[in-house]
Design a protein around this ligand. Structure first.
Ligand code: ADE
Length: 232
């Protein structure tokens, strides 16, 4: 089975690539895709670059050009839920686009005709994640993740996103990957470790914790890959 493994930034996939052997490089669609065997899984790995457009392109390329049959995303997020602290893990139950706004036409935030406000992550992958967390004694929270093309460093904006979408965390790619995978019928799982609280300190915290939180997420992703490999 071919499994796509995505991050947005180099720091998010470096700890993943570091654990793989015989990694091959492919240049396609203005990006670099890495392939490697892990157990019996054929992995295709890439960082998309930041934001919804680049991450949609990468997810589509992994599915259409590399034949990815499942998609796992590993990276960092800003916390909205005050219970989420730096380094905590959250698995997205469903994802929405907080910056999608045609409310001028009477639609709810995050909605465009023929789309949906929330895209749900694959229940089987969420179940596997919960089992992996339980077996390893890791706390894995679940919640709604809101995506937008904005680095949020403003308590008022964060509060608005939290209230409007009932979101627990925010980032800049998950919902785009979700929309692509949903449209192409590919089960997906979006995992994030908290790097900041999307407040005034967010920029500073992000720089300070990007690497350590990316490593936390990558560690869990590997445990997921083991379980997915076993699950076939
Ligand atoms: N990813 C991690 N922290 C973030 C933030 N504060 N805003 C948007 N994306 C993020």
């Amino acid at each position: 089975m071919v499994v796509g493994v995505m991050g947005a930034m180099p720091e998010e996939i470096e700890p993943i690539l570091a654990r793989l052997q015989d990694v091959k490089k492919h240049e396609i669609a203005d990006n670099i895709y890495y392939t490697a065997l892990y157990g019996s899984l054929d992995l295709v790995i890439a960082y998309s670059k930041i934001g919804k457009v680049f991450s949609a392109l990468t997810a589509s390329t992994m599915i259409e050009k590399f034949g990815a049959q499942k998609m796992l995303f590993s990276g960092v997020a800003g916390a909205i839920d005050p219970d989420l602290k730096i380094g905590d893990l959250i698995a997205a139950t469903k994802l929405c686009q907080h910056d999608l706004d045609i409310t001028a036409f009477g639609h709810p935030y995050g909605y465009v005709p023929e789309g949906k406000v929330y895209v749900e992550a694959d229940p089987r992958l969420l179940e596997i994640a919960a089992r992996v967390a339980h077996e390893r004694g890791i706390t894995l929270k679940r919640g709604i993740v809101a995506t937008g093309d904005q680095f949020v460093a403003d308590p008022a904006r964060k509060e608005w996103i939290g209230k409007t979408f009932d979101a627990a965390a925010l980032e800049m790619e998950g919902a785009a990957v979700a929309v692509v995978c949903d449209a192409l019928d590919i089960p997906f799982f979006i995992l994030r470790a908290i790097s900041d609280a999307a407040d005034m300190d967010a920029g500073f915290d992000f720089d300070a914790f990007l690497e350590s939180s990316s490593a936390v997420s990558a560690d869990f992703l590997f445990a997921m890959l083991d379980a997915v490999d076993q699950d076939k």
